[in-house]
Write a protein that binds this ligand. Sequence first.
Ligand SMILES: [Zn+2]
Ligand SMILES: [Zn+2]
Length: 166
Amino acid sequence: MWTDPIFWAVVVLMAVAMEFWAMFLHGRLWHGVLWPTHESHHRPRTGPFEFNDIFAVFHAGVAMFLIIYGFESSHGRVSELMIAAGFGMSAFGMAYFTVHDGFIHGRLPVQFLAKFSYFRRVRNAHKVHHRKDHVGPYGLFLGEWELRRAKKRRIAARQSREVMGA
Ligand SMILES: [Zn+2]
Ligand SMILES: [Zn+2]
């Protein structure tokens, strides 16, 4: 398992897929029916924790279940895939917590990340989300890409309106 490239490919794929999953959940649910919980992240924090952290705890629980169940069961390929998926989720969770909560919201001493232009750009894109409630980008690592895509769509919509009006 540890030397199987497919195992590690699944780990990486799962970590990348989590960005899109987070983007989807954040936009559709956190800013939808689960806004009463997520709102705690859009207001100034009063202690070390916020109600919104429950989403991280939930995902950590799913990842732990996949890893523990994968190791405990002996279903060969299926168990390995569960472990790989759990690892990918954990890697994303740690990266997300470090960059989003630690770096952008100052909950961890990781301000050295500001030395890298990529992380500064991730921070700037995320700040756009915090400036106004219920406006993207909802993803984190691809936030800038999401903003660019939204801008292109606005331009295309305006152009099509102009063509119709002409
Ligand atoms: Zn939000
Ligand atoms: Zn935030």
